[in-house]
Design a protein around this ligand. Structure first.
Ligand code: KG4
Ligand code: ZN
Length: 344
């Protein structure tokens, strides 16, 4: 049985984990930087990179201690090598290279999106390829077809904002804290989702892509008009976002009748309204629905270690001069979409 050390530092979570090839998480630690970035209402790359550099080495030591293992007990060292904020990615990748060199173990340079794409199999060992993946977080908003390790086809992406970004920006407009998603969801519970007429960008369009910039602007205008309660704006925003997601999924999956399962990953998967709507969508199509537990949905290192576990048996490792990639699409062959690809 292999044990892989995983490192994640591509955005504002510093994380390390030890995962076995039979899917046990032996240890994991995560340090969020919410407090550092909160005054700015978003992630500041320079502050993030410094925080990763301060925290990562002691965290790796602590995780090994938690599991009672030494570096030499690991079969490989896996780290996110992109896409993400380049300063943070470099901190994690360089650390992994140093550990790999010192212990003479293979380095696995993991695509962060591949970590999200494969994480449902860590949570649900019965989940077989192929499956449809809706990846919705602050930085990513895609629908992918996952046929195997390294076999990803992008069916849809966003032409402007990611869904989590739309939650965060709407939260900022409504004067809620950062990160905004959970705050919007809480406030929406007290509001009426039909109270504020808001647009559903691209609804009904033939191409399955997403767009949320117009929805966010409409939230801003509704807020400025001052005619509605914030809770009604939050609930109406959330409903509009869910309507868009279901419509886009319907188009993306219309030609993919052979996919038996729908999987959601990324921070927005924490949202109960989103999850509930996806569950209904899948059940109406007789698809199995699965969502990893929250700790695996948001950025974490267990998913990076697990992606390493999935790649090891395929004899896939990377050279020590592997370069960090700020942009790294999972499906490089995907058709270019106007305005898209900025974040992934
Ligand atoms: O996956 P993640 O931790 O980091 C990346 O962006 O890669 O996702 C964070 C995003 C943020 O935009 C946050 O507002 C959103 O996920 N989020 C939510 C909820 N919890 C987190 N969005 C809506 N409802 C939630 N309950
Ligand atoms: Zn992520």
């Amino acid at each position: 049985m292999d044990v892989v050390l995983g490192i994640e530092s591509s955005c504002d979570e510093t994380a390390a984990a030890l995962v076995t090839s039979d899917g046990q998480i032996l240890a994991q630690r995560i340090a969020s930087q919410d407090e550092e970035h909160a005054p700015y209402g978003g992630v500041v790359p320079e502050i993030a990179a410094r925080a990763h550099a301060q925290r990562l080495a002691p965290m790796i030591e602590a995780v090994l201690g938690d599991a009672g293992l030494a570096l030499n007990d690991c079969s490989a060292i896996a780290a996110t090598a992109g896409p993400g904020l380049i300063g943070g990615v470099m901190v994690g990748l360089v650390s992994a290279k140093a550990l790999a060199m010192a212990s003479d173990k293979p380095l696995l340079a993991i695509n962060h999106l591949e970590g999200h794409a494969l994480s449902p199999r860590l949570a649900d060992p019965a989940l077989d390829f192929p499956y449809a993946l809706l990846l919705v977080s602050g930085g990513h908003c895609q629908i992918l077809r996952v046929d195997g390790v390294g076999q990803y086809r992008r069916l849809a992406t966003t032409i402007d904002d990611a869904l989590g970004e739309a939650f965060d920006k709407s939260a900022k407009i409504l004067g809620l804290g950062y990160p905004g998603g959970p705050a919007v969801e809480r406030l929406a519970l007290q509001g009426d989702p039909r109270a504020v007429p808001l647009p559903r960008p691209l609804l009904g369009s033939k191409e399955p892509h997403f767009s949320f910039a117009g929805l966010k602007s409409a939230v801003m205008r509704a807020h400025e008009r001052g005619e509605h309660k914030n809770s009604d704006i939050a609930a109406s925003f959330q409903q509009a976002a869910v309507d868009c997601v279901l419509d886009r999924l319907g188009v993306a999956l219309s030609g993919q009748a052979d996919l038996p399962a729908l999987v959601v990953a990324g921070g927005v998967a924490a949202n109960e309204t989103v999850r509930g709507a996806l569950e209904e969508f899948a059940s109406a199509r007789s698809m199995r629905f699965t969502a990893p537990p929250m700790a695996l949905c948001t950025d974490n290192a267990a998913m990076i270690a697990w992606a390493g576990c999935e790649r090891l048996p395929l004899a896939q490792s990377d050279p020590l001069d592997f370069r960090a990639r700020p942009r790294w699409p999972l499906d490089p062959g995907a058709e270019k979409v106007r305005g898209a690809g900025v974040k992934a």
